[in-house]
Design a protein around this ligand. Structure first.
Ligand SMILES: N[C@@H](CCC(=O)N[C@@H](CS)C(=O)NCC(=O)O)C(=O)O
Length: 216
């Protein structure tokens, strides 16, 4: 039997990011694929040399798959896609479409949405990235008004990643007016594997709370 994939995330994070830490993407994909995995932790505070040796920016997630070590959530999803047809189609066009939308989620949407969110001030509407973000959403909304899934006419890691990337903007109201994007995020995040991944992540960080109260 294959060794379980080891997924590493933080031991604890503040309440705000819980449910959004990027190990969620990996948990979700592993659940969709039915691959065996175990979760290990690295300290959120006082990140040590071992952490930077595994993830050069001191971030999570990273995995160890029977000796193959991968960091970057997108790279991890592509790695898992090679192991599971549920995540990545095997026909060449389906595979190419899935890969291009994985990269688009990271490099055309998240590349704009994360800086937009970081510089956003809730009481002001003069975010200089607003127009850029809205233009990206307008284009993506047009794509998704004509179809349910981004690639291969079925769920793939492209949808998993795109829906997850859209969750923070949706929570902050940035998808308002983009009906196809809202129903897309709702459809993709209604999947049982997503709901389990969120529950597991919340339980994981809640257990970290217990540990912190016990440890002086
Ligand atoms: N591009 C990286 C980003 C990873 C990332 O931002 N991870 C966050 C948690 S969701 C983190 O570790 N933040 C702490 C930090 O950047 O110091 C990926 O997709 O894996």
């Amino acid at each position: 039997m294959a060794a379980p994939i080891i997924l590493t995330t933080y031991d604890w994070v503040p309440k705000g990011p819980r449910g959004f830490v990027r190990d969620l993407r990996v948990r979700w994909a592993l659940e969709e694929a039915g691959l065996a995995y175990a979760v290990r932790t690295t300290p959120f505070e006082n990140r040590g040399a071992e952490h930077f040796e595994r993830q050069p920016f001191g971030q999570v997630p990273f995995i160890d798959d029977d000796g193959i070590r991968v960091f970057e959530s997108g790279a991890i999803l592509l790695h898992l896609g090679k192991k599971s047809e549920t995540l990545m189609p095997r026909d060449p066009q389906g595979e190419a479409d899935t890969t291009q939308w994985v990269i688009a989620a990271l490099n055309s949407i998240e590349m704009v949405s994360v800086p937009w969110w970081f510089i956003r001030a809730p009481d002001k509407d003069d975010n200089p990235l607003e127009g850029w973000l809205r233009d990206r959403f307008k284009r993506l909304d047009a794509v998704l008004s004509g179809r349910q899934w981004l690639a291969a006419s079925r769920f793939t890691i492209a949808d998993l990643l795109m829906a997850d990337v859209l969750r923070v903007p949706r929570k902050l109201g940035a998808l308002d007016g983009f009906a196809s994007l809202i129903s897309y995020v709702e459809r993709v995040t209604a999947r049982p594997a997503f709901l389990k991944a969120v529950d597991d992540q919340m339980a994981h960080f809640a257990a970290g709370d217990q540990h912190r109260t016990r440890t002086p």
